[in-house]
Ligand binder design. Structure first.
Ligand SMILES: *Cc1c(COP(=O)(O)O)cnc(C)c1O
Length: 405
């Protein structure tokens, strides 16, 4: 008899854990240990050779981490999960696994600032090149493929412009060329989007964001759909580069993950209320949220996402100084990078998360000085709207004074 498949709301709470194996402990125990004692020398030999299952050393495996791995594998409909000390460790590990000197990586036209930095290092040191491409149609993707392209790396929604990449189109082209697809699914979380279902090969997360949800951990996750290939990464790059997750961080993530479904629903409903407020504001030029009937990519959003989540970006009148004045007049909403926390956070991508991206690349990604990114938290929507409202009023006043001078 096969195992019963539960809904995601249940999976985030139960998958991969049996209290009977842990003296009835309802909460997953934290195995805060670096190493494991063997009963005999021969047991040690057998564990190292793989003849016997069991733990050896916490960089290689931990019972606490194992629960998180199994939960994530089920949530992303994958075959296996690896955990990392940061989202960037997950990004760098999969890109190191997939490439060698002379190869080419095709990327969506917007990518996380540090991923952009990593691609620069790979180019300079190992002659691994990349292109950032809009990927609006299959033809556009097709034209950007080179003989040396080994993988397509995309974010969708793209940080911070909220532009979508059509996952089906990317996979269709990749399959034709026999190349791998990696998707950074941080912005949606596994609750709202599952790229492996569309045929992607790997999905990764900065677990720092929605998966933990409480702003107190830096961590990364990589889920693959091919067990053998994931075992290869586990036995090589994961173990030997060693960018692993600590048992304590895994324990915090297990705790945070339990509320993922209720959090994502609240993030989404709050975001929807904030969007309708923002659209009526005189200082707001444009609001970017893919799961919005007014958004030109709404059809793609409905195909690949369950709901829109908590991230909104918008442009404000008055350019950089308008944006900065507005942020400085917020009170409840904190000026901070990161996202997916209970607290609502706002940041200015061109001077913060994407400041290290050269201006021409930044502008080609659509990141202007007027763009603000809001990570809508779990507070009462009205309190957020009140805070935004007083900041808009204060900013309007300053901008009016400046023009009358
Ligand atoms: C934060 C983030 C990362 C990097 O993750 P860290 O946990 O900070 O290393 C990668 N991709 C996206 C989309 C992110 O938001």
């Amino acid at each position: 008899m096969g195992k019963k498949q539960f809904h995601k709301d249940t999976t985030v709470i139960h998958e991969g854990y049996d209290d009977k194996e842990h003296k009835g402990s309802l909460a997953v125990p934290l195995y805060q240990t670096s190493t494991y004692a063997f009963e005999s020398a021969i047991q040690g030999e057998n564990r190292f050779s793989g003849k016997e299952d069991g733990y050896v050393y916490s960089r290689i495996g931990s019972p606490t981490v194992r629960v998180l791995e199994e939960r994530m594998t089920a949530l992303e409909n994958g075959a296996s999960t690896l955990t990392f000390g940061s989202g960037m460790a997950a990004v760098s590990s999969i890109l190191v696994h997939l490439t060698k000197s002379g190869d080419h990586i095709l990327c969506s036209r917007g990518i996380y600032g540090c991923t952009f930095g990593l691609l620069g290092i790979m180019n300079e040191k190992y002659n691994i090149t990349h292109d950032l491409v809009k990927m609006g149609t299959e033809e556009e993707i097709e034209q950007a493929i080179k003989p040396e392209t080994v993988c397509i790396y995309v974010e969708t929604p793209i940080n911070p412009t909220m532009e979508l990449v059509d996952l089906q189109a990317v996979v269709n082209v990749a399959k034709k060329h026999g190349i791998k697809v990696v998707v950074d699914n941080t912005f949606s979380s596994p609750y709202l989007q599952n790229p492996l279902d569309f045929g992607a090969d790997f999905v990764l997360h900065s677990a720092t964001k929605y998966i933990n949800g409480h702003g107190d951990v830096i961590a990364g996750l990589l889920v693959g759909k091919d067990k053998e290939e994931m075992d290869l990464v586990r036995g090589s790059i994961h173990k030997d580069y060693g960018g692993i997750m600590s048992p304590f961080d895994a324990w915090l993530l297990i705790r945070g993950l339990k509320t993922l479904s209720v959090r994502m629903e609240r993030h989404t409903s709050n975001a929807e209320k904030v969007i309708s407020y923002l659209k009526g504001q005189q200082l707001v030029e444009e609001v970017f949220y893919p799961f919005d009937p007014d958004n030109p990519q709404f059809e793609i959003a409905k195909r690949q996402m369950k709901a829109g989540g908590g991230l909104i970006s918008f442009t404000i009148k008055g350019g950089k100084s308008g944006a900065q004045k507005f942020m400085d007049n917020l009170g409840l909403i904190k000026i901070a990078v990161s996202l997916g926390d209970a607290e609502t956070l706002i940041q200015h991508p061109s001077t913060m998360t994407h400041a290290s991206v050269p201006e021409v690349d930044r502008l080609s990604m659509g990141i202007t000085d007027s763009l603000l990114r809001l990570s809508v938290g779990l507070e009462h929507a009205q309190d957020l709207i009140d805070d935004l409202d007083s900041a808009f009023k204060a900013t309007e006043k300053v901008l009016a004074e400046n023009t009358s001078k």
